[in-house]
Design a binder for this molecule. Structure first.
Ligand code: SAH
Ligand code: SF4
Length: 334
């Protein structure tokens, strides 16, 4: 599928025609131009000859069926991963990638080990949601939430990420409420500042993972450029402008960041009115061990005692390597 080409094809057409075709694709999730029956037949034929709507993907379904991973092949042969998580409460969350690989080099992340190959285009990001929109349509269901928590750093592909958010949000297309869309960043403050000005009600998530510069710097190279003081300042400004609580993602690494002292430092760093914590169990990628169950429980209780709202991330898709930090396209040479 090459939607960039579609865009070129549509450019010469009257606006109503362009809108009609875009709606077939991004609202009705039609998979073939032949199904666009309200278009003249010769136009359908012309479109078919110029671009394909087929998404080439390999699917992996977890044993309990709550997670589906799609390994999508792009036009240039690169591969990216997107994950569907079906929650018990009916939400269907799609986790999208925004880059092939990632240049940020976080020590705990499989994608980070790949380095960056390239940014995705807006349509390549949308294609991932579209894949699952089509998938779910077959069972009369739909994508309800989108999270930018797959491969890559959203703030390094800012315009295409925001373009995607606007398309997802658009009532004429996917019609997914901004409050159902989350962007996660490792802490690039230019992006956080720009996002604050967009006046979008999307959720911002920050991969904090440690409450001191020393500890954070040891596992996240980004901390050297943007230490915690400037990061938290930018986040506080964001909160003041947007008025929505910020999710702090906190990876629980055994003996690294899971002690009572870490709780004390978190409480000093963050205001409980502006931030809530999302504890993430580490999905092993080689370098660390996940915190032990009782330690996670204690950590959570201590934070709650400090007045923080704390949620714990459910681990989707471990068996199919679709869990957080495990997204890596191993079979690039295929
Ligand atoms: N680049 C962005 C978004 C993608 S990563 C960011 O870093 O925020 C999405 C989330 O998965 C981040 O919170 C990231 O820190 C987390 N993550 C990375 N590696 C992980 C691992 N091995 N186990 C669990 N979560 C991980
Ligand atoms: Fe990149 Fe996020 Fe992985 Fe860090 S955690 S390497 S920023 S994808």
């Amino acid at each position: 599928m090459n939607l960039e080409r579609l865009k070129e094809v549509l450019e010469g057409m009257p606006a109503f025609r362009e809108k009609q075709i875009m709606q077939f694709i991004f609202k009705n999730f039609v998979e073939d131009f032949d199904e666009m029956l309200s278009l003249p037949k010769d136009l359908r034929e012309e479109l078919k000859g110029k671009c394909s709507l087929k998404i080439i993907a390999e699917e992996f379904v977890s044993d309990n069926k709550d997670t589906v991973k799609a390994l999508i092949s792009l036009e240039d042969g690169e591969k990216i991963e997107a994950v569907l998580m079906r929650h018990d409460d009916g939400r269907n969350t799609v986790c999208v990638s925004c880059q092939v690989g990632c240049p940020m080099g976080c020590a705990f992340c499989a994608t980070g080990k790949m380095g960056l190959t390239r940014n995705l285009t807006m349509f390549e990001i949308l294609e991932q949601v579209l894949f699952f929109a089509r998938y779910l349509k077959k069972e009369d269901s739909s994508v309800t939430n989108v999270v930018f928590m797959g491969m890559g750093e959203p703030m390094l592909n800012y315009d295409n990420v925001i373009g995607t958010v606007r398309m997802l949000n658009d009532k004429n297309y996917f019609n997914i409420g901004a409050r159902h869309i989350s962007i996660s960043t490792c802490g690039l403050i230019e992006g956080i500042k720009k996002l604050a000005e967009e006046r979008l009600q999307v959720n911002l998530a920050i991969s904090l993972h440690s409450p001191t510069d020393e500890k954070r710097g040891a596992i996240m190279p980004v901390n050297a450029k943007y230490p915690l003081k400037v990061l938290v300042e930018a986040l506080n400004d964001y909160y003041e402008k947007v008025g929505r609580k910020i999710m702090v993602e906190y990876l629980m690494l055994d003996g690294v960041n899971d002690t009572g002292e870490d709780v004390e430092n978190l409480a000093k760093l963050l205001s409980k009115e502006r931030f809530f914590l999302n504890l993430i169990l580490y999905n092993p990628t080689g370098n660390f061990s996940p915190s032990k169950g009782p330690n996670v429980k204690k950590f959570k209780e201590l934070l709650e005692k400090k007045g923080f709202t704390v949620t714990q991330r459910y681990r989707f898709g471990r068996g199919i390597k679709a869990a957080c930090g495990q997204l890596v396209t191993e079979d690039k040479e295929d």
